[in-house]
Design a protein around this ligand. Structure first.
Ligand code: PLP
Length: 408
């Protein structure tokens, strides 16, 4: 465990963790689904509704101007956090799912033609798969799929060959929510760009756990959700290079995204407003800014090494369980472990350890093709965050052992 990492002071900032469920201390290992929120985030949202709440961009009065300024400052904070060149390259959405749907809708109108394809990976979350699939299928096209090994690593030779089939776009997860694999996205972007193909990176599972530099990655788009990085639900981000966002048509129509409107025709607002129709979730955007500030105050490499320690300890200790099979054993992984135990249904295992105070996720994790690839109905997934401890890992492993014995 990293010495400079003060876990107790971090845990104090997440009061929700300090509770018992079914008379047992809560062990929250469902962080890939959503993280808990620190006090500073909760307080920021509360302060907005207590003192600043107002609709933005359209008021001449004091509160509206203050709220507008706060919202636009949050956009700048996000841009700095992911190293975007300009704040107008940051579009606030409801989350990763809406960001991908926005892109798929805009791309469809912009340049999808009969028989076109989109290249995705075999480990995508449904949110970065179904919108693309539906889009190309409307034009009698289909998805191309980058296969993966039994360890859960993408096959880059196949990827290179698939790029030769000239898909219109590549859409790939930075980190798999089932396998924990960290994909070599920088290299994948370079390979796609050599063939003039744009790349969307789904950063839902990476942004809380590693520094993101969209200019260094050189990706055309990067999408993520606030709630998986200690921020409130209901806010997320679509980053896009300005030259792309300028070309793409709006996604939704209504107030705020327009320039001049008459019954005959409408012209649209400039970036980023062109993509933000209607009233946004201002309070959540300010909460996202507070979450970013919270992360920036920490030594992020210490956080990363703490999460890596938890992962390695969990894998090491689970290894001793008879009949365990890990799903996802890539060399380069982020903080989650997925597994099945022979003769035990993941759902039953999850239900029993819940009664021991352990919160994990079971099932297909919105990635059914991954389950098909590994020939399983689902997995048990324990996913870690900065506030988790080695003692919690021990409690989790002991609970899995007991449940497996009971169920076999
Ligand atoms: N992509 C990945 C890799 C995810 O793990 C998730 C959520 O689990 C999503 C996309 C969808 O995120 P949201 O439900 O916040 O839109």
């Amino acid at each position: 465990m990293n010495e400079s990492f003060d876990i107790q002071s971090i845990r104090k900032q997440f009061p929700i963790l300090d509770q018992e469920v079914y008379g047992k201390p809560l062990v929250y290992f469902d962080n890939a689904a959503t993280t808990q929120k620190p006090l500073c985030v909760i307080e920021r949202e509360r302060a907005y509704y207590l003192n600043e709440n107002c609709n933005i961009h359209r008021g001449v009065h004091y509160l509206s101007q203050k709220a507008t300024e706060a919202y636009e400052n949050a956009r700048k904070t996000v841009a700095d956090f992911i190293h975007a060149r300009e704040a107008r390259e940051v579009i606030f959405t409801r989350g990763t799912t809406e960001s991908v749907n926005l892109l798929a809708t805009s791309f469809e109108h912009f340049f999808i033609q009969e028989g076109d394809t989109v290249l995705v990976s075999a480990m995508e979350h449904h949110s970065n798969l179904v919108p693309w699939q539906q889009m190309v299928q409307r034009h009698h096209g289909n998805l191309l799929v980058i296969p993966m090994s039994d360890q859960g690593e993408l096959d880059l030779n196949c990827y290179s060959e698939l790029l030769d089939q000239r898909p219109k776009l590549v859409a790939v997860a930075h980190v798999s929510n089932v396998l924990g694999t960290i994909n070599p996205v920088k290299e994948m972007v370079r390979m796609a760009h050599e063939k003039g193909i744009p790349v969307v990176i789904d950063g839902a599972q990476s942004v809380a756990h590693m520094p993101i530099d969209v200019q260094d990655l050189d990706c055309d788009f990067f999408v993520f959700s606030g709630h998986k990085m200690y921020a409130p639900m209901g806010v997320g981000v679509l980053y896009g290079k300005a030259e792309w966002l300028e070309k793409l048509p709006p996604y939704q129509f209504g107030g705020e995204m327009v320039d001049v409107v008459s019954f005959e025709r409408t012209t649209f607002n400039v970036l980023p407003y062109k993509f933000e129709a209607g009233t946004p979730n201002v309070g959540a955007a300010l909460g996202l800014e507070a979450a970013i500030r919270f992360l920036q105050r920490l030594d992020r490499s210490a956080v990363e090494s703490h999460e890596a320690t938890l992962l390695h300890a969990a894998v090491d200790r689970l290894c001793g369980i008879e009949g365990i099979r890990f799903i996802g054993e890539a060399k380069n992984r982020s903080g989650l472990v997925s597994f099945v135990v022979k003769g035990v249904h993941p759902y039953d295992l999850g239900t029993i350890i819940d009664k021991m105070g352990i919160a994990v996720r079971t099932g297909h994790h919105c990635a059914e093709p991954v389950m098909t690839r590994f020939g399983i109905p689902g997995t048990v997934r324990a996913s870690f965050a900065m506030y988790n401890t080695l003692e919690e890992v021990d409690a989790f492993v002991a609970a899995v052992k007991r449940a497996a014995l009971m169920l076999r």
